[in-house]
Design a protein around this ligand. Structure first.
Ligand SMILES: Cc1ncc(COP(=O)(O)O)c(C=O)c1O
Length: 396
């Protein structure tokens, strides 16, 4: 993708005035002078194969209820190509979104008063889904940063948690949002062993897997845990190809649980997926690879650009480039902006970022910043963060 926005795959095309004409959640947040860098939407133009598939569907008025079509096969082929893993299409179910897959599985595999393990910091709806939708309790096993600042999974603490009688399920965020860590195959093998030993059901949210960046390798949890595991993976084309509004995700179940789990899913849940979402997801998995590769190259550059800009403007900010995705986790606690730096950044800097404390323990003093955009907008985001942090009017 070149800086002018054009290339054979459709281009990055992130003209700010054009972006402000979008009506999605990201671009309708707050007044016009606020620059949004919060919710997980990317600013790049839609991948051309997806745009063509959607345009063709509209042209033939193909807007009825969703069918599954060849989506399971398309996903299975994508998994085989990317990760040398061939999930059985018969063990997949199409749902509206990943959080529906997680909530549905929690209802199946846990009972009221059970505890569900999560690893803070993590995507805030993990907490609300466990507590409110499924009515279960959270048992937090925080991720632990190593000397290089990589947040890793605390395997001993996970094993101890899994051994507790009230713990019956674990929602694993792989790769993790917001810190961008990708669990290694060894970490996953240890988790799978411990889960099997203690009868803990593992729900692997792998929505960010196709956004794994150069230098890291995603390992699908089910490829490690095996057919006899009590486990599911929830995936979607929605993050990597930016089609979250089309509502389509896929639940992949292990052989051991697929039949019983799928039988438990109410019909209205199955029909929550959008037909245009199915059409777009097939186009993404079958024909979206050139665009994805190019987009990953842009994100690879963005994570270092953001780090350089941040180091220049705010040398006391702590930041480690993510190993996956376009969400970054920044520790601003050295600047003493209180628990939630997102508030002064919005007020003074006129930039909307996510509040660290909403991601759970360890989130105080942190922000999550979305860098799925152009270099120019990243520079502007950092300038506004600096203005909101230091109160300086010089940064613009
Ligand atoms: C880790 C994670 N899971 C789930 C979601 C939400 O996905 P969906 O809209 O498919 O429920 C997000 C969105 O950013 C996410 O980061």
């Amino acid at each position: 993708m070149n800086e002018h926005g054009g290339n054979e795959h459709g281009g990055i095309d992130v003209d700010l005035a054009q972006l402000r004409t979008r009506t999605s959640a990201k671009w309708t947040y707050g007044p016009e002078d606020v620059l949004p860098a919060w919710v997980a939407e990317m600013d790049f133009s839609l991948a051309p194969p997806i745009a063509h598939a959607l345009t063709a569907a509209i042209a033939r008025s193909d807007t009825g209820y969703r069918s599954t079509g060849r989506l399971p096969e398309a996903l299975a082929n994508f998994c085989a190509l990317q990760w040398n893993w061939s999930p059985d299409p018969a063990h997949m179910m199409v749902l509206a979104d990943v959080m529906t897959g997680i909530a549905t599985t929690l209802r199946f595999c846990t009972r009221p008063a059970d505890s569900v393990v999560v690893n803070s910091p993590v995507y805030p709806p993990f907490y609300s889904t466990v507590r409110d939708v499924a009515g279960r309790n959270i048992y937090d096993v925080p991720l632990v940063p190593d000397e290089q600042g990589r947040y890793g999974w605390d395997l001993a603490a996970l094993d101890a948690a899994f051994a507790r009688p009230e713990v019956t399920a674990y929602v694993l965020c792989s790769p993790n949002n917001p810190v961008g860590s990708v669990p290694t195959a060894q970490e996953l093998a240890a988790i799978a062993r411990s889960a099997a030993e203690h009868g803990v059901f593992v729900i692997a949210d792998e929505i960010h897997a196709p956004l794994t960046l150069a230098g890291s390798l995603h390992t699908p949890y089910l490829s490690v845990a095996g057919a006899d595991a009590r486990a599911v993976s929830v995936v979607s084309a929605s993050k990597a190809w930016n089609i979250a509004g089309l509502k389509c995700a896929q639940l992949i179940a292990s052989t051991a649980v697929a039949e019983e789990l799928f039988a438990s899913v109410p019909l209205e849940t199955q029909y929550g997926a959008g037909h245009l979402g199915v059409i777009a997801s097939i186009a993404a998995f079958e024909d979206g690879e050139p665009w994805r590769q190019e987009m990953l190259g842009v994100l690879d550059g963005n994570r270092y650009l953001f780090g350089r800009e941040l180091a220049d403007a705010l040398p006391a900010a702590a930041y480690r480039p993510p190993d996956a995705s376009y969400l970054t986790w920044v520790d601003l606690s050295a600047y003493e902006l209180g628990d939630d730096p997102a508030l002064p950044l919005l007020e003074v800097g006129r930039v909307a970022v996510n509040s660290g404390p909403t991601f759970g323990a360890g989130g105080a003093g942190h922000i999550r910043v979305n860098i799925g955009t152009s270099a120019r907008i990243i520079e502007e985001i950092v300038a506004r963060i600096a203005r909101g942090t230091t109160g300086s009017q010089d940064a613009s």
